[in-house]
Design a protein around this ligand. Structure first.
Ligand code: ING
Length: 338
């Protein structure tokens, strides 16, 4: 029995000129709701503190800068500090996605795992798979996707980590080794973080799967009806495009959780930013057998909660997806060489 209570904190519309303090207060409210339900881990979305700004072309660098969090460690930044202070005071762990401006001026689409138990950031991940284009579409009315313009591809790889004090109380020493065989089903939870488009790339999940992860966390902003999304005119009606975007989100979360025998928690920035830029909801918690066990109902701020038992990963990791026994890496060269 290695049970823990987890939640996805879906955040509804955030307008282009929203007050960041107000947005952080909405996140604090979701965290307080989670705390009232004895939730131990809360996953927030991608670029949660602001609107999904890569949809806009900014000519003025000073305006663009407003959407980034400054510095290598943001947890004491004025406007976002309340969230991390609450997490630390109540010993709740949180995943938070944000636009990172490093001390040496680089830009990444980043998320951090803040351990309320340890009172500090214990892991950082920078989004590897950046969708969209570097240059804006010719059509001035197009909804852009300029992550390749504003961010560099992540340079931290896919590093699994162990979250102290979640399923094994801090007193009991968890096994120091992260070797899958030795630690499977023992010690602190082994986790991995992805961001949005990453979830559509099985290689990203498998990198964590090979490290024995039991839980993957993903924040996302997924539009569906931007007519020029990625440069092609969307032939579908808004209803068809919306239906397909929800289907593909569910498909990749369920399939990849199943194929890596791990739980996953996905948290959407959802709704209609500035009343018109659509983003799907669909925040969900998926089991290692690929079943969605809890999901958001709407596109507003919403907490999606489930009690999970990390032991449920063992069935997959020791049978169907026992990678050591079944994978034949001598045939997989193309995956890393092409
Ligand atoms: N957004 C989208 C995502 O991968 C996208 C981009 C939308 C890709 C629809 C394909 C289809 O969910 C981000 N931020 O990656």
């Amino acid at each position: 029995q290695r049970t823990l209570k987890v939640a996805a904190a879906q955040v509804g519309s955030v307008d282009r000129n929203a007050d960041k303090n107000e947005t952080v207060q909405r996140m604090v409210k979701l965290l307080e709701e989670a705390i009232s339900q004895n939730v131990q881990l809360v996953v927030f979305p991608e670029t949660t503190f602001t609107t999904f700004f890569p949809r806009h072309l900014f000519e003025d660098p000073a305006e663009l800068e407003k959407y980034f969090e400054q510095g290598d460690d943001i947890t004491n930044n004025e406007s976002v500090k309340p969230l991390f202070d609450l997490a630390r005071s109540k010993k709740v762990d949180i995943y938070v996605g944000y636009a990172e401006r490093t001390d040496d001026g680089r830009g990444f689409n980043t998320c951090i795992y803040y351990s309320g138990n340890a009172g500090k950031v214990i892991s950082k991940y920078r989004k590897v798979h950046l969708p969209g284009t570097k240059e804006p579409f010719a059509n001035p009315d197009a909804v852009n996707q300029l992550e390749k313009r504003y961010f560099e591809p992540g340079n931290l790889g896919f590093k699994a980590f162990r979250a102290p004090g979640l399923v094994v109380d801090a007193a009991k020493k968890d096994t120091a080794s992260t070797d899958v065989k030795e630690t499977l089903g023992k010690g602190d939870a082994i986790m991995g973080m992805l961001i949005c488009n990453d979830r559509r790339w099985p290689e990203a999940w498998r990198m964590y799967g090979l490290q024995g992860v039991e839980l993957i966390m993903v924040g996302y902003n997924t539009p569906y009806n931007a007519p020029d999304l990625f440069g092609f005119r969307n032939p579908m009606t808004p209803e068809q495009a919306e239906k397909e975007a929800y289907y593909h989100h569910k498909l990749v979360m369920e399939a990849n959780s199943y194929m890596n025998a791990c739980f996953s928690i996905s948290a959407a920035r959802a709704g209609f930013d500035d009343g018109k830029y659509d983003l799907i909801g669909g925040s969900a918690i998926v089991s290692p057998n690929g079943y969605t066990i809890a999901q958001a109902k709407g596109v507003d701020d919403e907490l999606v909660v489930a009690e999970i038992d990390l032991e449920d990963c063992r069935q997959g990791k020791e049978k169907t997806f026992d990678f050591d026994r079944h994978r034949r890496t001598e045939h997989y060269g193309l995956i890393t060489s092409q």
